[in-house]
Design a protein around this ligand. Structure first.
Ligand code: DHK
Length: 147
């Protein structure tokens, strides 16, 4: 049985490819999911890829991952900078957590430089565009192979 990884996406990421392409690029979230699924096939991982605009739904999915996934890759969108609830949920998850930001949040507004999720994340990838998801999955595969 391949190890299952949850890839969770927060608010407005459903608009990827349409929203501020100069910052977030031209790929759609469906494109990202397709690339992640292909990579997971190569890495021997089973992918569960989801997006929600709602904080509580993301919290529910992180809780669901406790019994259903070995690792979490998460782009929490704007909840990165605001959500203690998401941090608390991630703190109740035992496996590797990799935080992804498509843009370089350190090159933007000051409020984007603080992340609640980073207090839990084992790794953070920012500013690598949508390639960041693949980098995160490769890191997860390495961590699961040799913790
Ligand atoms: C995505 C968002 O929607 C923003 O709210 C974050 C992140 C950055 C990203 O770069 O993927 O600040």
């Amino acid at each position: 049985m391949p190890d299952r990884v949850f890839a969770l996406n927060g608010p407005n990421l459903n608009l990827l490819g349409q929203r501020q392409p100069e910052i977030y690029g031209a790929a759609t979230l469906a494109d990202v999911e397709r690339e992640c699924a292909a990579l997971c096939g190569e890495l021997g991982l089973a992918l569960e890829f989801r997006q929600s605009n709602h904080e509580g739904v993301l919290v529910d999915w992180v809780q669901e991952a406790r019994g259903a996934a070995k690792a979490i890759v998460i782009n929490p969108g704007a909840f990165t900078h605001t959500s203690v609830a998401l941090l608390d949920a991630l703190n109740a998850f035992d496996g590797p957590v990799i935080e992804v930001h498509i843009s370089n949040v350190h090159k933007r507004e000051d409020f984007r430089r603080h992340s609640y999720v980073s207090l839990r994340a084992d790794g953070v990838i920012a500013g690598c565009g949508t390639d960041g998801y693949g980098l995160a999955l490769r890191r997860v595969a390495n961590l699961l192979a040799r913790p």
